[in-house]
Ligand binder design. Sequence first.
Ligand code: TXA
Ligand code: MG
Length: 352
Amino acid sequence: RVKESKEGKSLRDHPGIQKAAAMIREGRLVAFPTETVYGLGADATSGEAVTSIFQAKGRPSDNPLIVHIAGADQLDELVSEVPSTGKQLIRRFWPGPLTVILRHRGTVAPPVTAGLDTLGVRVPSHPVALALLREAQRPVAAPSANRSGKPSPTQAEHVWYDLSGRIDALLDGGPTGVGVESTVVDVTREVPVLLRPGGVTLDMIRETVGEIRVDPGIRREGRAPRSPGMKYRHYAPRGELWVVGGSGKDQMQKVQALADQARREGRKVGILTTDEHREAYRAEWVFSCGRRSEPETVARGLYGCLRRFDEVGAEWIVAEAFPPTGVFFSVMNRLMKAAEGQVLSSGEERKA
Ligand code: TXA
Ligand code: MG
């Protein structure tokens, strides 16, 4: 467990950080907190180390990893050129929950990029992540520290549940702050392209670079998504998940009706909602992931909530949709993927 001491002693001297950094240099696997979710890190310059990340997670090898660095000054050794839009985004959002896609120079091990000529890079803002990266003195490849397909871990306990016995170390920095992964933006194009919505919102990016396109895969327009990771079922609890659109009373009535229908069909049913509506529902489990009036609390609580449904054994989960603006856009992206498109508007019937 790694915490910042009050005397302002540098985290870099913490024995846990020292040990973990040495392990990274030895090619071993270290899970660590970032401000978004926990990552599963290994030396990005070692093909063997990186390959063991894919094995531990059960991750398909065609899904490239994000490389984490301690500061933008480390970019030169990894990438050939940073276009001006990339520079603007980096200046505003690093350290923080933004990954930029750039053309690489072949200095990271090939499995990191899954054979692409581009590389995803970010500087996380979590003090434990930064201390580890500075001490390791290596670029660290790190996907989220969950078994492939599961919700990303926002607490050390989630990592332990998914990966104990498969990793060499876990730095526990308590619950993460943002709760959804970093925003991924491809800046190799004339106009930057959003590949994955995350902790940095579309509006924040627009304010910085003006124009940005949203990859059609994100809005599910049926075209092949360009971020290879977006094509797999992801973030999913074990139970069947349905998302109900609309808002207000109509939405709540539909959620309750679906839950009741599934219960009559003999399923163990859970409802995923927010503090504002929790008392109004009846189901075996009603979990709130945050406050609708404060979207960042919902982002922070979402994955933990999905995992709780697994813990209690929910077989059927109904979730309220959120309006797709601000960080709710990222929340909805994850919910839709977890539900594999099982979305009902408040007027629709579910076919049994
Ligand atoms: O917040 C985060 O980004 C967390 C923490 C640990 O930093 N990491 C994370 O990594 O979410 P992962 O592997 O779960 O997601 C990486 C995403 C995938 O969707 C992957 O396809 C995409 O980034 N990606 C990585 N390299 C890419 C590239 N060269 N081109 C397009 N997409 C890329
Ligand atoms: Mg992931």
